[in-house]
Design a protein. Sequence first.
Length: 404
Amino acid sequence: MSAGSLARTQRSMGDPGIHYPLWPPLPRGCPKTAAPGLVFPVEVDYAYADLPAGFFPQGDPAPRGLDRWAPLLPPLDAPGLGEGGTPLIALGDEVWIKDESRNPTWSHKDRLNRVAVSAAVHLGAEGIAVASSGNHGASAAAYAARAGLRCVVLASAGAPPAVASFLQAYGAAVLPVPAESRWPLLNEIADRLGFHTVSNLTPTHTGHAFGPEGYKTIAYEIHADLGVPAAVFAPTGYGELLFGVWKGFRELRDLGVTDRVPRMYGCEPAAGGPLAAALRTGVPAAVVRVGETDAYAIDCAVSGHRAVRAVLDSGGGALLLTDTELAAARDTLAHQGLWPELSAAAGLAGHRHLLAAGTRFDGPVVCLSTSSGFKDRHTATTGLDPVDPTWPSVARALRKAGVV
């Protein structure tokens, strides 16, 4: 166990009585509970009794950086980029936006990748591999560059321009391949080259064993700034973010710092919704067919058991949202000075969806906004048309813009 970290084992989420050593991380989940078509992930367990008294602040601004929370994270052996410490911004009565676009690569994925790349450093890997055409790939490439590791990104030819620019700037080897080929290729890269994978390798989502622990720090920060909200709404693809925030609040409760956890709501595109399907059918994880949606960052065909646990144990739910609902929430945030990508607005869209159905909460709610609008596929990449600098032309332009 590295200095500062109280992490001690990996525990099966298929059978909590099964523990594995902390090293190496198990990206393929729990082998003892695996079945055809279903693999349960593992989660990190800690020596909670050794946590110093007064570890969790409240009533003061949340401290910045994951290093502040090192005892309740796996060993942070890779250098950071100042991730975490993102602001809570009031949006109307009792609604707060946790703006994760303030992270170094403009998304929540920086919290995961600080932890996941640290595992690669600890193991002495020469590089990492990731399957992503969006935030995860951009973030993984940044943290690999920071740690001096090589990085292979399996992406699609249709990656958003901003993401492609990130990947090129960080020096990642970007391989556009068909989506169905990415996971088999990740396995080959891991087996042949010894690269550490920070993406999923299994039929149902297990993902990186350590990475989602980084998302717990969102819960710690919300608690420091606000206390325990009545509910948290999270944009949800594979469900790692939903799980991590729930686990952070669960730890606060189990350690006696709070007496409850918020209701956790996974907010998915209506074109897919594997979490909603798993909950509806009562299975640990589900696979669905994904239809057309512009919410590319969360249009996942498979779910993982982590998200199911977060929803069931917190008394929350899964919400299916149309692109129209997502666009309305994105525009609301933009008109308040916050510009998320379409997928990132799913938290606010989910809260509005429940309000429209008549659900009210006794206390504040937090909607996670996960990334910047620069990351969207349809963000304009062309310049502005010039305006003739005469008053008649300026007046026409202002009227067209609705200013006068």
